[in-house]
Design a protein around this ligand. Sequence first.
Ligand SMILES: [Zn+2]
Length: 128
Amino acid sequence: MPTYPYRCLNCGKRFEVFIPYDEYGKRTVTCAYCSSENVQRRIVRVRVARSEESRLENLTDPSVLESMEDDPRAMGKMMRQLSNELGEDMGPEFNEVIDRLESGQHPEEIEKELPDLGGGGDDLGDDL
Ligand SMILES: [Zn+2]
């Protein structure tokens, strides 16, 4: 039986649901933790995620980021390139960060204003 990864938009937890093919789309999926129906299917592409991870690691090397810290626009450009290269929609937060960087906002400020950031790295393929 296929397993579908979901994320609860209510409590933020991730969980998986077994749904038979013929029931998929008909069945109401609820959060395994809080029973909320406010859940979102996560798109998981394992093969992409693997190569992505190593590339992201290279690019998120602390020394690289440090050298870019005083140049938010360069960092934003790098992140946009990365996103384009991967051909993936990195999500609204990621795009938000890029927009802010490209407008010259300091990364630390962005982190403060967007406290939900940082959980993205383990979002793909970690529970497969
Ligand atoms: Zn929940």
